[in-house]
Design a binder for this molecule. Structure first.
Ligand code: TRP
Length: 354
């Protein structure tokens, strides 16, 4: 098995070697299951934009079928799907360069997902740590969809023959499973039809932690709204949250080693680095010796300059939901044009009469 590519925020996949029959194509998905945070932005969406702008073919999907593996209120699901689409576009993704769509409008995902349910083994699925965490001791009460989730995820990727998938560290195991499914399918049917997809794992600098506890991931479900920056926060809210973010009394060190036992300090420096598109070391060499009372205002300037225009553009887009729906419908048509022939060929390989 190939090691995952450890990517810096700016990293983009190299073009496929000439020997590979698969063209470089990026796919990623985000669940429309709640608010978007700075973690989604720096860890995923900002990189999606960089990949889009590097000129590779990119597909970005709102995975609504994945969202319903746990209960979603229907009206909230619709709202969250549109808000995610607005967040994508406000951050710079554009239908002119990327294929943006929601999963349920491209039925080939669920159709290939069924085939993969028949390729994947119960034992493989049972070993997924996310399944174990989410289902916990209550596996009897979890939905069958939650168990099968990674097979649908493999279908999302492979129905486009996508070669590169930018995801967070927590999705690495699911991508390995997608490779296992592709390899087993190819082996069982004696074909070289599905590519073994490369994960493009986020760099450590883009793992955004809570503003109240630097050892916990920034989460949309944290009971305290002060623990996170939402992509819908305006300039005042962003400034207030950074001003009140937990820190320690020491000045900034000159070397990343000096942040090792200072999770909150490290988080703010990492956020600065990710926003500025630079490294933690570079931020420290510029700000070494500064107390947080001097560093935080700089961070606020940077965060407000980048995020406030995004949140106001999101609000503008959300005022016209029909336009968002129209854009999603068009994206789905473009996606189907790629997915339909791949599904058709899959059915043919499996022995379905076409
Ligand atoms: N499982 C991913 C997550 O929760 C979302 C997802 C679904 C995804 N399908 C995908 C990510 C395909 C990448 C590729 O974050």
């Amino acid at each position: 098995m190939t090691e995952p590519v450890a990517a810096t925020p700016a990293a983009t996949p190299a073009a496929s070697p000439a020997a590979s029959p698969f063209k470089t194509r990026v796919f990623s998905g985000i669940q429309p299951s709640g608010g978007l945070t700075l973690g989604n932005y720096l860890g995923a969406i900002k990189r999606f934009v960089q990949m889009q702008d590097s000129g590779i073919e990119t597909l970005y999907c709102m995975v609504d079928l994945h969202a319903i593996t746990v209960w979603q209120d229907p009206d909230k699901l619709r709202h969250n799907t549109r808000e995610l689409a607005a967040g994508f576009m406000a951050a710079g993704l554009t239908p002119a360069k990327s294929i943006l769509f929601n999963q349920s409008q491209v039925p080939e995902h669920a159709q290939l997902g069924w085939v993969f349910n028949c390729v994947a083994r119960m034992g493989w699925m049972g070993r997924m740590t996310q399944w174990k965490d989410k289902a916990g001791k209550n596996a009897e009460q979890a939905s069958l969809g939650l168990f099968a989730y990674p097979a649908l995820m493999a279908a999302d990727i492979l129905v486009y023959h996508a070669t590169h998938v930018p995801v967070g560290e927590d999705q690495k195991q699911h991508l390995e499973l997608a490779r296992d499914i592709a390899a087993k399918f190819n082996h069982d049917y004696g074909v070289n039809f599905f590519p073994l997809t490369e994960p493009v794992i986020e760099g450590a600098a883009t793992r955004v932690m809570s503003l109240r506890d630097g050892t916990k991931k920034m989460s949309k479900s944290d009971p305290s709204d002060m623990a996170r920056i939402n992509m819908t926060d305006d300039a005042d809210a962003i400034a207030k949250k950074i001003r009140k973010a937990k820190t320690d009394a020491d000045a900034l060190p000159s070397d990343p080693k000096g942040l090792e036992d200072r999770p909150e300090a490290r988080n703010l420096v990492a956020i600065y680095a990710a926003l500025a598109g630079t490294s933690i070391a570079a931020v420290l060499s510029e700000h070494a010796g500064q107390p947080f009372s001097a560093f935080k205002p700089r961070l606020i300037d940077l965060a407000v300059a980048e995020l406030a225009p995004i949140s106001s553009e999101m609000a503008r887009l959300m005022a016209d939901p029909a336009e968002i729906d129209r854009m999603l419908g068009q994206g789905a048509q473009t996606a189907r044009a790629i997915a339909a022939p791949i599904l058709d060929r899959t059915y043919d390989i499996v022995g379905m009469i076409r």
